[in-house]
Design a protein around this ligand. Structure first.
Ligand code: SAM
Length: 212
């Protein structure tokens, strides 16, 4: 049951929080965590590839995105999500702050740019994407003011009527709600979808947003 279904079913939602320490909490920046060795591990991980493709596919469904739309993949890493988008005949571009990750994505034949998602609007033309996706990356932005910059960039780059689907790993339902609120304040409407909300190991959270 997704959270939307759960909310619709009228059950009271008690809120959840994550107990384990994750790389985003243990490392000050993604650069501290994604060493050359870690990039290599990510690149070679069949499990990572499967997971990223599965989440990307769910986002495509949630957005009802159809090729050959223009899609930006924020935090593309080695390009597992971008690659799926290309296979489905979307016109996909990846962006990641880590140069080594971007190099790996390019080696897969993908279009990818090195850049920080907080400055994403500096890398592309205004209103140039039909869709923006981001898979397992936004949790690296820990400061609410910086979330605001990401939200502003996404708003600026989406065409009118364009949509964004963001999956990430918030520490708590409360944090998730406040991030959603930041995006709404930026003029993006939308909803929160949480798959498997009662199972911490299988819970996957999504923001589904539209520039109206
Ligand atoms: C788990 S990986 C994403 C995996 C990716 N979706 C794939 O298909 O392989 C998280 C990525 O977010 C990137 N990242 C973290 N902070 C970022 C930022 N401020 N701007 C751009 N990318 C960032 C990291 O460099 C890392 O490559």
């Amino acid at each position: 049951m997704s959270l939307r279904e759960k909310r619709n079913s009228g059950k009271k939602d008690s809120g959840w929080s994550v107990k384990i320490e994750r790389p985003e909490e243990l490392c000050a920046s993604p650069g501290d965590y994604y060493t050359t060795e870690e990039v290599e591990k990510h690149d070679q991980s069949a499990h990572m590839k499967r997971t990223q493709r599965k989440i990307t596919s769910r986002i495509i469904d949630l957005l009802q995105a159809k090729p050959p739309a223009k899609v930006l993949d924020i935090g593309c890493a080695v390009g597992f999500s971008t690659e799926l988008l290309e296979e489905l005949e979307f016109d996909a571009t990846g962006l990641d702050v880590n140069e080594k990750m971007v190099e790996k994505a390019k080696q897969r034949g993908l279009v990818a740019v090195t850049g920080d998602m907080r400055d994403v609007k500096d890398f592309f033309e205004k209103e140039s994407f039909d869709f923006i996706v981001s898979v397992s990356a936004l949790q690296w932005i820990k400061d609410q003011n910086e979330i605001k910059k990401v939200a502003s960039g996404i708003h600026s780059l989406l065409k009118k009527g364009g949509k964004a689907g963001i999956q990430f790993y918030p520490r708590s339902e409360q944090e998730f709600d406040s991030i959603f609120w930041r995006f709404k304040r930026m003029g993006l409407t939308g909803e929160v979808i949480i798959d498997n909300p009662d199972n911490p190991k299988k819970r996957v959270v999504y923001l589904v947003l539209e520039k109206t």
